[in-house]
Design a protein around this ligand. Sequence first.
Ligand code: UD1
Ligand code: UDP
Length: 369
Amino acid sequence: MKIGIVVGTRPEIIKMAPVIRECQNRGIPYFIIHSNQHYSEEMDSIFFKELELPSPHYNLGVGSGLHSNQTGNILIKMEPILVDEKPDVVLVQGDTNTVLAGALAASKLGIKVGHIEAGLRSYDRTMPEETNRIMTDHISDYLFAVGPNQQMILQKEGIDQNKIHTVGNTVSDSLFQHLEISALKSTILNDLQLTAGDYFLVTAHRASNVDISSNLMELLHLLDEMHANYTGTIVWPIHPRTQSKLKEFNITLPDYLQLIPPVGYLDFIQLQKHAKLILTDSGGIQEEACLLGVPSLTLRENTERPEAVEVGASELVGRNAEKAVKAAKQWLSREDYSWDNPFGDGHVAKYILDIITNTRNIEEEEKIV
Ligand code: UD1
Ligand code: UDP
């Protein structure tokens, strides 16, 4: 058994790390292909270092580009590696262009594909990620669904039930494995002079929010209103896409926003854990906030992760300032909150490898579902 593991962007590195570690623990032969869709130090190598991952065996160096260019380059560069390495399974995680290209390259060569985080649907076909999710799911042999919602979605789309395995999300493994060390090592709150429980944390990078200047301005108006209604700092580790759009549109940000470059995983866990409220359009952060017990406002009209809303951990506010202020008021007036965890028990990588190596205990699977 040999496994090819594909990564390309920040969240893929973080969510694939537990799978890589599990391969190492079990002595399963594997190799990592990094598309280098993300390449800036703070979006890429910092995570290999912090998560103590081996350097990728192959780095495709594709970098940024238009969708077809990026996807096509990954396809072209990945094929000879797969022909040479002959893995039994190629694993991809999530919904990026790297995921679609990795899955397609393997599938065309008759190599089995395992899609981690299968079955997510926003039903918003304007999102490039939605196309990637649907196409990857339909060419995968192992669909590692997060929960019963995703399992049902895949079955409704006609995917063979035997291919679907409901296991949770590896985001839970990564988060639980790094909570303690992040508390020990991170000095970010001190460094930024933040008081625990007294700041808002913001992230935004969705094309729909930041690529159109009027939408980006709407988002900034929402933050203005939050600032006008509540005291405390607003910290914003800015995604390079958003940074470049602010520059392109010549937008100057108000002083009350504490803008910082993207931070490492250990620092970001602490920033999330101690925020009074998180405002985000990120997929992974919707999950992590929910797992950490911190309420969030999802800066989107829809989400492929409705579970955070369903359990009462998040509210969809889009770019609507009024909705955001109202939702924040409700959260901030509450003394404490708790909700169920819909995103995994922290052993998801183990379940995935049990299934691939055919050692999965059926009783265990029924328990998780
Ligand atoms: C990509 C994924 C998105 C995921 C996100 C995680 C797709 C279609 N999008 O979006 O699903 O949520 O990663 O963060 O696959 N840039 C840098 N340095 C980097 C990477 C990007 O400066 O290391 C800048 C470049 O200007 C680039 C822009 O960010 O053009 C966008 O990068 P890209 O990878 O195309 O999309 P993301 O917005 O990062
Ligand atoms: N993250 C990080 N530093 C940051 C912002 C995010 O380490 O400055 C982590 C975060 O903990 C989560 C992941 O990056 O695990 C989310 O990535 P992103 O929002 O870029 O992508 P998405 O999840 O939306 O695909």
